[in-house]
Design a protein around this ligand. Structure first.
Ligand code: VG1
Ligand code: CO
Length: 543
């Protein structure tokens, strides 16, 4: 077998965003596009000669072809071994676990997460480092720099590797090890949670519905919830991963998982509902007639994690992304543990988890996780919820009512303006930045500004500083609004407006969130001129 050195020229824009490099699938399928990026990853991390990597993806269109290209490039780059999920499949948390379990040097995850899949939709590649977590900014910057100077890539001229069944084979000098994508991950879950208690709950008539959204978690949910825990057959819906996710957005929120929300409504609804995203790292939690916001879910998990065996010793600390609501801060305060606020994106939690400064982490975008891996983990959150429900013997609605009565409620919503013209979006953010110093004391739609900043994160572990991570504005009465631009989109700009209102009055704990937040929504418009800058009268997606 021969190695071909292919001359190439740098491709602009190969800069990983919030979570890897995401582009239109057809862009990734252009000859040399994936190859350039993969070679840039290998060069940017200082070469992979003699190293072991993990490889897998969420099964979207081009996943299988991309995996073969990457294997041949890894062989050409002298990697010793690549551990691949059977069929080139691995959920993001399972990939993270495999990197850690097998002490691999890193891994590549093929996914654009919650973005739709298919030839006309989105594709992505994420590089994870040896701790199992997303590459931190220093590494993604090095990858980007490598892409800017790339002159050639190397690829082995060989037949495709057989990824259809577990086992080992050689590809050139490199070993390709195909593993069951589910088993090791499922074993880890069984060590963290009290499966006997959850099994008893399910045997006692408690009904659940898990919507895999035609994405990667189907096989994982079947193995865990049905096979190991005894949930009734049929509890997992949309369980077969499809290359286009059935034409939907595999994004677990009330908009894109409206079917599940419908199924969870009314007296005949199951007791517990959940969904995950394309690559299995997000989660949505529902009870009968209740939707738990991701920010609230993080707070409830923090307050109750000790009920699960894996967390029986308590939490060392918690961390949330800055836009995530401060519901978890209140819990951390009550527990007497630190609460860190990081920029958006899981890569910022890695150092805190490695250093033992945080045990639980979460984001308002439906991501929660812990120090068991270095990614957010959808099924982990589902299992922790089930463990808590089984021990407490209460419904989801009762747990939420108790939580708010004890800690107060943080009304929360995110308004997304998708695919807006990039210049207008930039003008909006720049306009706010320019006025930050003068905002405090001024009132907008009747609410006075108490604080205004362009969020910068000082990593307490490695001392790195990440600036310009979102404009955060405090309003009177414990309200807050955050403006930032998405780093995962593939078209134009997406403006995210995060709205929060802390409410402690027992009489006002059960209002409709959009109604409760109406004054904050009005203040956000008055502050930023959203309509003026984007031409949009209303958000495209409200979660
Ligand atoms: C979004 C979310 C962020 C999340 C990221 C990746 O990023 O807001 O919280 O970490 O997606 O999640 P952005 O830059 O578009 O706001 V996933 O499950 O899409 O890998
Ligand atoms: Co995801």
């Amino acid at each position: 077998m021969t190695i071909t050195t292919q001359a190439t020229t740098p491709i602009p824009g190969q800069k990983p965003g919030t979570s890897g490099l995401r582009k239109k699938t057809r862009v990734f399928m252009q000859p040399g596009y994936l190859e350039n990026f993969v070679q840039s990853v290998f060069n940017g991390v200082g070469g992979i000669e003699g190293r072991t990597l993990v490889l897998g993806g969420d099964g979207r269109h081009f996943n299988d072809r991309a995996a073969q290209i990457i294997l041949k490039m890894a062989a050409a780059a002298g990697a010793a071994r690549v551990i691949v999920g059977q069929g080139a499949l691995l959920s993001t948390p399972a990939a993270s676990h495999l990197i850690r379990l097998r002490k691999a040097d890193g891994g590549l995850v093929l996914s654009a997460s919650h973005n739709p899949g298919g030839p006309d939709a989105d594709f992505g590649v994420k590089y994870n480092i040896a701790n199992g977590g997303p590459a931190p900014e220093a590494v993604t910057d090095a990858i980007h720099r490598a892409s800017e100077g790339l002159r050639a890539y190397r690829i082995l001229d060989a037949a495709d590797a057989d990824l259809s069944r577990p086992g080992e084979a050689r590809l050139g000098e490199m070993i390709v090890e195909v593993v069951d994508p589910v088993a090791d991950y499922a074993d880890l879950m069984e060590r963290l949670f009290d499966f006997d208690t959850i099994r008893a709950l399910l045997a006692g008539g408690f009904r659940l519905r898990f919507d895999a959204m035609h994405a990667i978690t189907g096989p994982y949910a079947r193995a865990l919830l049905e096979d190991r825990l005894g949930a009734a057959p049929g509890s997992i819906v949309n369980a077969t991963p499809l290359p286009d996710f059935g034409g939907g957005h595999p994004d677990p929120n009330p908009v894109w998982a409206a079917d599940l929300v419908g199924a969870m409504t009314g007296p005949e609804a199951p007791d517990f509902g959940a969904a995950s995203d394309g690559d299995g790292d997000r989660n949505m939690i529902l009870g009968r007639d209740v939707y738990v916001t991701p920010s609230d879910s993080l707070a409830v998990l923090a307050a109750n994690a000790h009920l699960a065996p894996g967390y029986a010793d308590g939490l060392r600390g918690v961390a949330r992304s800055m836009p995530t609501s401060r519901a978890v801060d209140v819990v951390a305060d009550a527990l007497g543990i630190p609460c860190h606020a990081t920029p958006t994106g899981w890569k910022f939690f890695g150092n805190l988890l490695d250093a033992g400064q945080a045990t639980l982490c979460g984001e308002e975008s439906a991501g929660t996780g812990s120090d068991h891996v270095r990614e957010k983990d959808g099924l982990w959150a589902v299992l922790l919820w089930l463990n808590i429900l089984a021990v407490r013997g209460q419904s989801v609605a009762e747990i939420m009512a108790d939580h708010w009565a004890r800690f107060g409620r943080h009304y929360y919503s995110r308004h997304d303006y998708e695919g807006v013209e990039a210049e207008g979006a930039a003008r909006l953010i720049d306009g706010l930045r320019a006025r930050l110093a003068t905002l405090p004391g001024q009132s907008f739609a009747g609410l006075a500004v108490t604080a205004a900043e362009d969020f910068a994160y000082h990593d307490p572990v490695d001392g790195s500083v990440s600036r310009a991570q979102g404009v955060q504005i405090g309003l009177e009465g414990g309200a807050r609004v955050v403006f930032r631009l998405s780093g995962t989109g593939t078209e134009g700009a997406t403006l995210r407006v995060y709205l929060e209102l802390a409410e402690a009055d027992p009489a006002r704990l059960h209002d409709d969130p959009q109604t409760a937040l109406a004054p904050v929504i009005a203040a956000a418009e008055a502050l930023a001129g959203i309509t003026r800058h984007t031409g949009r009268k209303a958000p495209d997606v409200i979660t």
